[in-house]
Design a protein around this ligand. Structure first.
Ligand SMILES: Cc1cc2nc3c(=O)[nH]c(=O)nc-3n(C[C@H](O)[C@H](O)[C@H](O)COP(=O)(O)O)c2cc1C
Length: 232
């Protein structure tokens, strides 16, 4: 099946049947999540995997009682950095340079550029920016689950503060952003299963533009240049 066929097969499963997802399929989905691209390659998020039934029941309580959380096989909790700090960014860049056998200083120029840029934006923007990156990983996991014929329900309907408290995330530098129960559909008991999948028509979703359609604004001089990534 092609990626597109798998995306048509998947749906936001409303009722799961409790069947366990085999380890190799879970690992495949997690690896897809890990391989997601992220801004500056910082991977400013992580994934927490939960299959403990008692903990899943508690999470359901802070997620508006959505049954998929208790009936899934594994719950993936995506959690992103709550701010950008010099230490966090340095740790990642140093790791990348070590993996590439390059001196840590290779990234200094770029690192200082983004640190200066992020400092002007404030902590709320930073947490939001990190959270956005986690959604790319989340989307990769959704697509990989579909490829593995594993059902998944993207879920934002939970109380992040309560979940962070429950998972002891407070003080770790991470905040939960979005969650993904993985499992198998309960075919006889899921109202959404046989509903038509609906998306806005292609012609309203996609717009092609040329310069003639763009605003006639003056070119802005940019004092920051992100084009040069590696120090020469
Ligand atoms: C970020 C995000 C949050 C969502 N939150 C919930 C949720 O809390 N509960 C739920 O049942 N579905 C949730 N959904 C599922 C959407 O309603 C669903 O993806 C959308 O209606 C399209 O349907 P489909 O996924 O079946 O194609 C969420 C989807 C996304 C992408």
């Amino acid at each position: 099946m092609s990626l597109l066929e798998n995306l048509h097969w998947r749906y936001a499963t409303k009722k799961m049947n409790g069947t366990a997802v085999p380890k190799e399929k879970l690992d495949y989905i997690l690896e897809a999540a890990r391989m997601a691209p992220s801004s500056s390659g910082l991977q400013q998020y992580k994934v927490i995997v939960i299959s403990d039934q008692a903990l899943l029941e508690k999470i359901k309580d802070v997620a508006y009682n959505q049954s998929q959380i208790a009936d899934c096989s594994h719950l993936l909790v995506f959690a992103a950095w709550d701010e950008y700090t010099e230490e966090r960014i340095s740790n990642v860049f140093n790791y990348i340079m070590d993996e590439r056998n390059l001196p840590h200083s290779t990234m200094d120029g770029y690192k200082n550029t983004i640190l200066d840029l992020y400092a002007t934006k404030g902590k709320e923007w930073q947490a939001h920016h990190a959270a956005k990156q986690s959604y790319i990983s989340f989307a990769m996991a959704i697509a990989a689950a579909a490829e593995q014929k594993v059902d998944a329900t993207p879920i934002e309907g939970f109380l992040p503060e309560k979940l962070d408290e429950l998972l002891k995330l407070k003080g770790t530098g991470y905040k939960s952003t979005v969650i993904l129960p993985l499992g198998y559909r309960e075919e006889d008991n899921d109202w959404l299963l046989n509903m038509k999948k609906v998306r806005m028509p292609t012609e309203s979703f996609i717009t092609e533009m040329t310069l003639a359609d763009a605003a006639d604004t003056a070119e802005l001089p940019m004092d920051i240049n992100l084009d040069v990534f590696i120090q020469k």
